[in-house]
Design a protein around this ligand. Sequence first.
Ligand SMILES: CC(C)(COP(=O)(O)OP(=O)(O)OC[C@H]1O[C@@H](n2cnc3c(N)ncnc32)[C@H](O)[C@@H]1OP(=O)(O)O)[C@@H](O)C(=O)NCCC(=O)NCCS
Length: 144
Amino acid sequence: MRYTPQHAASSDATGEIEIREGLDGLTPGRIAVLYRRAPLRRPVSDPAALWTMFEHASLVLTAWKSSRLVGIARVLSDSVLYSYLVDLAVEPDVQGVGIGRLLIQSVLDRCRGTDLLVRGHLGRMFKHEGLQPVTDAWVVPARK
Ligand SMILES: CC(C)(COP(=O)(O)OP(=O)(O)OC[C@H]1O[C@@H](n2cnc3c(N)ncnc32)[C@H](O)[C@@H]1OP(=O)(O)O)[C@@H](O)C(=O)NCCC(=O)NCCS
């Protein structure tokens, strides 16, 4: 699937972006480089843990500019009621030109029929994609 970002101020800012589904082309090292640079706090120093997070995801979408990995979206979903966008990260030199938006739109397409949950500033950043705040969400922080 190929998209030309509608949001890009000019096509030479991002060029043509390809969105791919699955783990093809990903390695723990490549993911860690992107997450460190974005930055996104994840266990980037633990390749096994990082890879487990991806193997256990319901949906992984990657954004490519030619052969360069420029964005990742990772989703946990039960495919019926709920999906949770757990990671979204874009390379800093191409942030702000619409790649995150392309990834969110692709996630929404694939998770159609389920509520898509996100956390933090993503909700505000992408509210024009239909994200609404909720007041009744609670969490038990991870326990060892
Ligand atoms: C969050 C993130 C994935 C967004 O990706 P992106 O490709 O930069 O996002 P987009 O270019 O699609 O922009 C989305 C919206 O935010 C705005 N935006 C993006 N970067 C911005 C910036 N630096 N300053 C102000 N606004 C910005 C855009 O204008 C756009 O709004 P619009 O569609 O109304 O114009 C990216 O900034 C990132 O990787 N951040 C670090 C990791 C992170 O915090 N992830 C979220 C938690 S999982």
